[in-house]
Design a protein around this ligand. Structure first.
Ligand SMILES: Cc1cc2nc3c(=O)[nH]c(=O)nc-3n(C[C@H](O)[C@H](O)[C@H](O)COP(=O)(O)OP(=O)(O)OC[C@H]3O[C@@H](n4cnc5c(N)ncnc54)[C@H](O)[C@@H]3O)c2cc1C
Length: 266
């Protein structure tokens, strides 16, 4: 059995532009060649947005001073649909089942693949300590002892339940060993708490990510998901500063952080 106190967040997929195909498109449509504004540095995410937004008016090579000006104009006018063309993928581990239950409420623009408690054995018993009970706050307090005891007990109950079901569920009921194992684990997981660690692959577009970060980075959000939203934001700010740079991060007296955007609900 082990405890985790912080998630690991990996930014694993990001947008890429096929520039030779874009060049072909410009040439075939007789519009100006790729403007410098579209080739702004390594940030291809912003280029995807500029190319898709300019499709509406076939305004390639015209208008705004540069890509920063162009993106800020879209953000400030709430012209958010073009931000749906840009997707990022994250692998997140070391988060609790209660966090992912909140996370998957975000539907529009999100895709998820989460570790299954029916297929994967939970005997290893890894649990996520809620931030209010983490070592830096309460390593040896009564509250922490209550939590630790409850988690140890839950892990033991899971193991005992798996063993008991292995002895009692008739093999003839199932077509395969895999089906039987699944039936055992899906029943045994009923004693696992919200704190049980899980792993999840999240893909989302920029419009959806901005909404998620705004909702879950706010002071009203649970500390655990708030921490995750801000970790994702920090990675995204590095990767795509034009698309996420308007979010401000503030330190609170309780040691946590919140974030809020200049341009809300784009
Ligand atoms: C602090 C906090 C506390 C919460 N407490 C609770 C709680 O006690 N109980 C509870 O059940 N939930 C709770 N929630 C979850 C909340 O109600 C939402 O389900 C969740 O935040 C997902 O947000 P969203 O609906 O904006 O969805 P997203 O799927 O992220 O959608 C983004 C936007 O797309 C639009 N959209 C998406 N789907 C539809 C649709 N079907 N029809 C029309 N428009 C759509 C909406 O404009 C929506 O805002 C809480 C959330 C927060 C942040």
């Amino acid at each position: 059995m082990s405890f985790k106190e912080k998630p690991s967040v990996y930014l694993v997929t990001k947008p890429a532009v096929n520039w030779s195909q874009i060049a072909n498109f410009f040439e075939n449509e007789n519009v100006p060649p790729i403007p410098d504004s579209v080739r702004a540095g390594d940030d291809e995410s912003a280029a995807v947005i500029e190319i898709s937004a300019r499709m509406c008016y076939m305004s390639y090579g015209r208008g705004r001073r540069d890509i920063t000006d162009f993106i800020n104009n879209l953000l400030s006018s709430g012209d958010g649909s073009v931000f749906e063309h840009v997707n990022y993928g994250f692998i997140v581990t070391g988060v609790s089942r209660s966090l992912t239950h909140e996370l998957v409420r975000h539907r529009a623009g999100f895709a998820y693949s989460q570790r299954s408690q029916r297929y994967v054995d939970e005997n290893e018993g890894t649990f996520v300590i809620p931030p209010a009970l983490a070592s830096e706050r309460q390593s040896s307090t009564e509250a922490r002892q209550v939590l630790d005891e409850a988690l140890i007990h839950a892990a033991e109950s899971y193991t005992e339940l798996v063993k008991a079901l292995e002895n009692s569920l008739p093999k003839e009921m199932f077509e395969s060993n895999t089906d039987r194992r699944k039936a055992i684990r899906q029943a045994a997981r009923s004693v696992l708490p919200n704190a049980t660690e899980t792993k999840i692959f999240i893909t989302a577009n920029v419009r959806a990510l901005r909404h998620f970060i705004e909702m879950r980075g706010a002071i009203f959000a649970d500390w655990e998901i708030r921490f995750l939203a801000i970790e994702m934001l920090k990675l995204l700010e590095k990767e795509a500063p034009l698309l996420f740079g308007d979010f401000l991060i503030e330190d609170l007296d309780d040691g946590t952080q919140i974030t809020y955007p200049k341009f809300s609900k784009v």
